[in-house]
Design a protein around this ligand. Structure first.
Ligand SMILES: Cc1cc2nc3c(=O)[nH]c(=O)nc-3n(C[C@H](O)[C@H](O)[C@H](O)COP(=O)(O)O)c2cc1C
Length: 212
């Protein structure tokens, strides 16, 4: 069975981050068995969580009606994730923060929905050391709070992908060292997603075998 990696772009623009994420997904798709889809928050209406506790007290989905309902379903259906954000004031965009806050029903209503799924983080900043590292770390914390298994990119890109765009789409492509951290991360996410899938299939086969 194919393994689906969802690339989530937290930029409100069709800019450097989306182009970096596209390249990451292309790299991941070089591994056999990987399918990819890019989902952007650009143009989407996702209000931040207001802490009304409706999901928690009613044990149901969020009752705020906007684009999050469809995004929630798409996100939960994927097997693995590459989450990318531009650096905004040394952190992820408010759009991405709003998205992850609205995944709160996973915690209270659908616990385990993202368990044993893998994710990695990518940050694209206009300045060389403009907060890519703290942005990657914050995205990692977003992923951890939603129960995902986080991987980094190993040597050179320990925590994740970090790119210096010089505020230009082409600038991101020119940052060869940064792009290598993105490609390395994409390969690690793909590898681990395939291993987890194989493990899940083997586990399911074992359960069936025991029942016969
Ligand atoms: C509101 C805002 C805040 C920003 N803050 C930072 C920052 O703290 N550090 C940085 O390196 N770049 C910062 N930038 C620049 C963007 O991270 C950079 O231009 C990035 O490539 C934009 O990605 P995009 O083309 O996908 O929108 C900021 C840009 C905006 C609009």
């Amino acid at each position: 069975m194919a393994v689906k990696i969802l690339g989530l772009c937290g930029s409100p623009r069709k800019g450097a981050t989306e182009s970096v994420l596209r390249e990451a997904l292309q790299e991941a798709a070089t591994l056999p068995g990987i399918e990819t889809e890019l989902v952007t928050l650009r143009g989407k209406k996702v209000q931040p969580c207001t802490g009304c506790n409706y999901c928690k007290s009613h044990k149901t989905r969020c009752n705020v009606q906007d684009d999050m309902q469809a995004l929630f379903n798409t996100f939960v259906a994927a097997d693995a994730f590459l989450v990318a954000s531009p650096v905004y004031v040394m952190g992820p965009t408010p759009q991405l923060a709003a998205f992850f806050s609205r995944l709160r029903p996973i915690h209270h209503v659908f616990p385990g929905a993202l368990r044993n799924k893998v994710g990695g983080a990518i940050a694209v900043g206009g300045t060389r050391n403009g907060g890519q590292e703290v942005t990657v770390n914050t995205i990692i914390n977003y992923l951890l709070t939603r129960g995902l298994v986080v991987v980094g990119g190993e040597i050179g890109g320990y925590a994740g992908g970090k790119v210096w765009s010089q505020d230009r789409v082409e600038g991101a492509g020119e940052d060869n060292i940064g792009m290598e951290t993105v490609r390395g991360l994409a390969r690690r996410v793909a590898e681990l997603a395939l291993l987890l899938q194989a493990g899940k299939e083997a586990g399911a086969a074992g359960v069936q075998g025991n029942q016969q």
